[in-house]
Design a protein around this ligand. Structure first.
Ligand SMILES: Nc1ncnc2c1ncn2[C@@H]1O[C@H](COP(=O)(O)OP(=O)(O)O)[C@@H](O)[C@H]1O
Ligand SMILES: [Mg+2]
Length: 252
């Protein structure tokens, strides 16, 4: 089944400083199957966030359409979860209550919300942090809670915009490994945006290279799973794919 379909999607902004229109996304067409993990990579300013915000329904498209299971997307919806680089956990709620928030909004019972929250926290190795408050966690742990909070809503599609960009390199590798593991267990559809080529290849089944608002190329990533940095760093196929994507991004 075709899960998410973008057809000739475009976005033009008016830039008041230049007094002119800027085309941020230009006739992008993409099909993402249910359970796929797609990375979208490209240099800063190539339209990644604009594309994601349209799929999330935060901003309207200027042209084209977005279909989720054949239905046009117009506005945000719980079937599309979003994780940003800087997102806000509720500082006055415990980790458990932060993660239980989505299920609670969906009207599930208190016991069911707590069960779901604990299940997802355990999945991300955060069971021990359930009763802590966000300001008692490291940046990496907060980011992990953000991912888990989005997953606990059981979204059809998880949209992630450079979610690990602000954590240190070691934590980032751990988060990447964790995300691939969770994806393998639960198989949500994930669209992951990044400017980091290694991250894009490490995570995805398919890498889409974006250049000046257009799709430059799509590259399949047939690397085996589970994926771990210890194994992949020196892996010839991983290096070749990363090199290929890097070249495209640099030419973008
Ligand atoms: N709200 C806006 N108003 C005007 N121009 C914008 C706006 N948001 C983004 N842009 C422009 O659109 C282009 C794409 O931006 P963006 O989607 O943020 O790219 P990326 O996430 O790849 O860095 C850039 O040229 C940016 O300056
Ligand atoms: Mg961006």
């Amino acid at each position: 089944m075709k899960r998410l379909v973008l057809r000739d999607l475009s976005k033009t902004y008016f830039d008041p400083y230049a007094g002119a229109h800027v085309t941020a996304v230009q006739e992008v067409s993409l099909e993402v199957q249910q359970g796929e993990f797609v990375s979208i990579v490209g240099p800063s300013g190539c339209g990644k966030t604009t594309l994601l915000n349209m799929i999330a329904g935060f901003i309207p498209a200027s042209g084209g359409e977005i279909l989720l299971d054949g239905r046009a997307v117009d506005g945000p919806g719980p079937e599309r979860g979003v994780v940003f680089q800087s997102f806000a956990l509720f500082p006055w709620k415990t980790v458990l209550d932060n993660v239980a928030f989505g299920p609670k909004i969906r009207g599930l019972s208190k016991a069911e919300c707590e069960r779901i929250a604990r299940e997802y926290l355990a999945l991300a190795g955060l069971a021990h942090a359930a009763d802590r408050y966000p300001n008692e966690l490291s940046g990496g742990m907060q980011q992990r809670v953000g991912v888990v909070r989005a997953l606990a809503n059981n979204p059809d599609v998880l949209l992630m915009d450079e979610p690990f960009a602000s954590v240190d390199a070691q934590t980032r590798m751990t988060l990447q490994e964790e995300l691939t593991r969770i994806w393998q267990e639960r198989r949500p559809t994930i669209i992951f945006i990044t400017h980091d080529v290694g991250e894009a290849v490490f995570l995805a089944n398919r890498v889409v290279v974006l250049s000046k608002g257009r799709i430059l190329k799509e590259i399949a990533v047939p690397l085996p799973r589970p994926r771990a940095w210890d194994l992949l760093t020196e892996d010839a196929a991983f290096k070749a794919l990363s090199g290929q994507v890097l070249q495209l991004v640099r030419s973008a």
